[in-house]
Design a protein around this ligand. Structure first.
Ligand SMILES: *Cc1c(COP(=O)(O)O)cnc(C)c1O
Length: 419
């Protein structure tokens, strides 16, 4: 097969790529097959995947157990509507997810993407108050560096630059975005902000331990404990967006476990189906759920995506959870952490490198500047790796199953192109 199949050349005039300036975007590499941590390109080149397809493919690609579960489900019933009909994959998945959550987080609402899971979390936080007769608390407190999705509602709680708040003034709802309370000065700002504004807030939302799409920025468990304390003090719903951090990425199954802090809502997606199908979940506390129980039909949660709780997606997610039970994913994350720390360390001495940081199966090299990420991506492909630098960072979030040799190839390629 040629490197540039005809569907690529012809389709190029009709597709619109994500986050891309289409005038200058290079033609993407054509992927034709995946396997473990490898992406096979048209023309025969094979890339080691350092991104696990936007952090989804935690077990590597084409894991036989997930493939088999999806194939069996496909035979029986790929999808039925969730309004009025029940199916085993979704109900079993809800039971299993609830069992993994902190006590009290037990009510699972399924959607089809992370952004929508966050939208639902916002709706739950706000409507639970309205249902209880509490008006005027419709704002969500979010943090600089944060990312919660691309839909209009979630853009409004992203970092103002990431969410393009100034460009879309008038379209986006306005929510306060302030620095995370991580040191003396920012804690003071945060505490003062709440003292003055908590009466207008419904919730606080944060990506626990790692702000992913905002630049893989780390913070400590004490930040989350401070948020929990403040949320409880002011009666706010605390939302942990674990769409990136969930399923072993930070070294524990979920980030909240490292902080020993229980939020009121958790959102999950990305690795939920092991990278095979789009699925997301918003998991709310029994206490929030109870605010929707009423004789008044208007008190119901008015949300229901067409493909809600898609049976194929739920079958994949159940199979993915099986793998977390039967295979040593957290030990693998720990091994990746140690290897990344050792192998990326020498980047610290390179010119233009501002920081090197590792957390679980996340390795980050932050540069002083990265004017042309697309060019760097192309050079990384030449080195046989699929890595997608953005902002000022070059980072690795490989499959947890990646081999030691493959990981060495990834970090080696980064060191080479940065040199
Ligand atoms: C990716 C991501 C989202 C959005 O998920 P989509 O499936 O892309 O809509 C939300 N929050 C976090 C933390 C994410 O990493």
């Amino acid at each position: 097969m040629p490197t540039r199949p005809d569907w690529l050349t012809l389709g190029w005039n009709h597709v619109w790529l994500p986050y891309a300036q289409m005038q200058t975007a290079p033609l993407p590499a054509a992927a034709v097959r995946t396997e473990g941590s490898k992406i096979h390109l048209a023309g025969g080149k094979i890339l080691i995947d350092g991104v696990a397809s936007w952090w989804t493919a935690c077990h590597g690609y084409n894991h036989p157990h997930i493939r088999e579960a999806v194939a069996q489900q496909l035979e029986r019933m790929p999808h039925v509507m969730f309004g009025g009909l029940a199916h085993e994959p979704a109900y079993r998945l809800a039971i299993r997810l609830a069992a993994l959550m902190p006590p009290g987080l037990e009510r699972v609402f399924f959607t089809d993407s992370g952004s929508v899971a966050v939208e639902v979390a916002i709706k739950i936080a706000v409507q639970s108050r309205l249902n209880r007769g509490e008006r005027g608390r419709t704002k969500i407190l979010a943090f600089t560096g944060g990312y919660h999705g691309d839909t209009l509602g979630t853009m409004a709680i992203c970092d103002p630059e990431e969410g393009m708040h100034s460009l879309f003034t008038g379209l986006l709802p306005e929510h306060p975005v302030i620095p995370l309370p991580r040191d003396k000065a920012s804690i003071a700002v945060f505490d003062e902000f709440l003292a003055a504004n908590a009466h207008s807030l419904a919730a606080i939302i944060v990506e626990p331990l790692v702000q992913g799409a905002g630049g893989m920025i780390l913070h400590g468990a004490e930040v989350l404990r401070h948020l929990r304390k403040a949320a409880t003090e002011y009666g706010l719903t605390l939302i942990f967006d674990e769409i990136f951090t969930g399923f072993g990425r930070t070294g524990s199954m979920f980030a909240f476990q490292q902080a020993d802090v229980a939020p009121d809502i958790i959102t999950l997606s990305k690795a939920l189906t092991g990278g095979t199908l789009p699925l997301a979940a918003t998991i709310a506390s029994a206490e929030l759920f109870s605010a929707f129980l009423s004789d008044n039909p208007d008190h119901a949660l008015m949300h229901g995506p067409t493909f809600m709780a898609n049976a194929l997606g739920c079958a994949a997610a159940n199979a993915s959870l099986d793998l977390f039970e039967s295979e040593p994913r957290l030990a693998q994350a720990a091994r990746i952490e140690a290897q990344l720390a050792a192998e990326l360390e020498i980047c610290r001495d390179l010119p233009n490198v501002a920081d090197v940081r590792v957390k679980g199966a996340i390795g980050v090299v932050e540069l002083d500047s990265l004017p042309n990420p697309a060019e760097l991506r192309t050079r990384l492909i030449e080195h046989g790796v699929w890595v997608r630098p953005f902002g000022k960072i070059v980072y690795l979030t490989p499959a947890l199953t990646i081999s030691q040799e493959e990981l060495t190839q990834l970090s080696g390629a980064i060191v080479k192109v940065l040199e």
